[in-house]
Design a protein around this ligand. Structure first.
Ligand SMILES: *Cc1c(COP(=O)(O)O)cnc(C)c1O
Length: 408
């Protein structure tokens, strides 16, 4: 008999990763072993309040009982069929998702980047088949400072040199304009334009909220000029901003909606392109696909996620607790916080660079039992699970106050 393996410490596990794991991330030095709701626990049993929520993939917290129950039930019956056959979970997921979003049809994929890629393909096909753009001439207009994922085509239209450098040659067909600038957008749109692709709020850029009227203006412009509006709500959607979709704050309905992250309930990767019938019906058998897209486990979890959003409870919580978040951050302006942007339970907080980089602040918060992540420079992002209580949120804000008061 071999002795049971000795439990490895956090420090051991961090050291063990170094030679065997690609270094494409720089995680905070915390090794999470279990989690429940708003709380995660590391290998040594230390507890942390999760104020990042998997970049909004955990909008309903860790292991939400309704989602875990749906996953367990499905695991015990059927997990994968491929789309060579129908499965008994996908119809309901699609029906509920199109009803929730007010659109007509959906295309199930897995990761966010795949939803973006699929949205680009659908928009190009629509441009050729419906709009009549000459073959291979379609353009898509995007915003500077965007984040839409990591594939070669998507980094082709990134303006982040770290994300691009060394990965060329790049995919042509994209025009980049400044975000929140309607005139620049109008100048870039012409007969070749298949679509305008935007985040309604730019998450990775630091939770950048455009001026009131911008999104409605983009909607009017795309309608008037006859191109599609693709809203990437992979991070902003599904309750985060106090509405099911961030575009609802301006009464905007996009032609194509990209969802991911929270759609998988923090359990499995689930993404979707949701669109008007005229747009998604450009796809015919064999023209696009995914082995795992629409698998019954993903569909069962996705349906349960939509179920949680149907009552409006989480959107309401995000709105109400968003007031607490804004109030707390407002009181810190001039006391370590230079500026912040917030909507619902989502904030980008610019820390006084004299106090530390976003990374340093994140590490200090971690040592005080609060997990956040920097975006870049001295900006940190707060995006707690929408299940967070008022008391937990207050305590996270107090910890931030304490860390900032300590200064450099
Ligand atoms: C995270 C994210 C993506 C990419 O999603 P992955 O699942 O990481 O591929 C795309 N768009 C936005 C707005 C995101 O936040």
């Amino acid at each position: 008999m071999t002795a049971p393996a000795r439990a490895r410490s956090s420090a051991d596990l961090i050291r063990a990763e170094e030679p065997v794991l690609a270094h494409n991330y720089h995680p905070l030095p915390v090794v999470v072993a279990r989690a429940e709701g708003t709380w995660v626990e590391d290998v040594e049993g230390r507890r942390y309040l999760d104020m990042l929520a998997g970049y909004s993939a955990l909008n309903f917290g860790h292991r939400h009982p309704v989602l875990i129950e749906a996953a367990h039930r499905q695991l015990d019956r059927l997990t994968l069929t491929s789309r060579a056959f129908h499965n008994d979970q996908l119809a309901e997921f699609a029906e509920r998702l199109v009803a929730l979003t007010g659109l007509d049809m959906m295309l199930p994929m897995n990761t966010g980047a795949e939803a973006v890629e699929s949205g680009i393909k659908v928009a190009r096909k629509w441009a050729y088949d419906v709009k009549g753009v000459p073959a291979d001439r379609a353009t898509i207009v995007v915003a500077a400072e965007n984040f839409h994922g990591r594939t070669t085509t998507i980094v082709s239209f990134s303006t982040d040199e770290t994300a691009r450098a060394g990965f060329g040659p790049f995919t042509p067909g994209f025009r980049i304009v400044p975000y929140n600038d309607l005139a620049a957008l109008e100048a870039a749109v012409d007969e070749s334009t298949a679509a305008v692709l935007l985040e309604p709020i730019q998450g990775e850029a630091g939770v950048i909220i455009p001026d009131d009227g911008y999104l409605a203006g983009v909607r009017e412009l795309t309608r008037r000029t006859g191109c599609l509006l693709i809203a990437d709500e992979i991070q902003s959607g599904l309750g985060r901003t106090g509405r099911t979709l961030a575009v609802e704050h301006e009464g905007v309905v996009p032609d194509v909606l990209l969802l991911g992250k929270a759609l998988g309930g923090g359990i499995v990767p689930v993404s979707a392109v949701v669109a008007r019938r005229e747009v998604l019906s450009v796809l015919h058998p064999g023209e696009h696909g995914s082995t795992f897209g629409g698998n019954p486990l993903a569909a069962a979890v996705g349906s349960a996620v939509v179920g949680l959003l149907e009552s409006g409870e989480y959107q309401r919580r995000a709105t109400e607790l968003g007031v607490v978040l804004r109030g707390g951050l407002k009181s810190l302006v001039g006391r370590g916080v230079v500026d912040f942007r917030a909507r619902g339970l989502w904030a980008g907080v610019d820390i006084d660079p004299a106090i530390g980089t976003g990374r340093e602040i994140s590490e200090r918060l971690m040592r005080e039992g609060v997990l956040v992540k920097d975006t870049h420079g001295s900006t940190i992002r707060l995006a707690p699970p929408l299940t967070i209580t008022g008391a937990e949120l207050e305590s996270a804000l107090e910890t931030l106050e304490k860390v900032l008061a300590r200064g450099v």
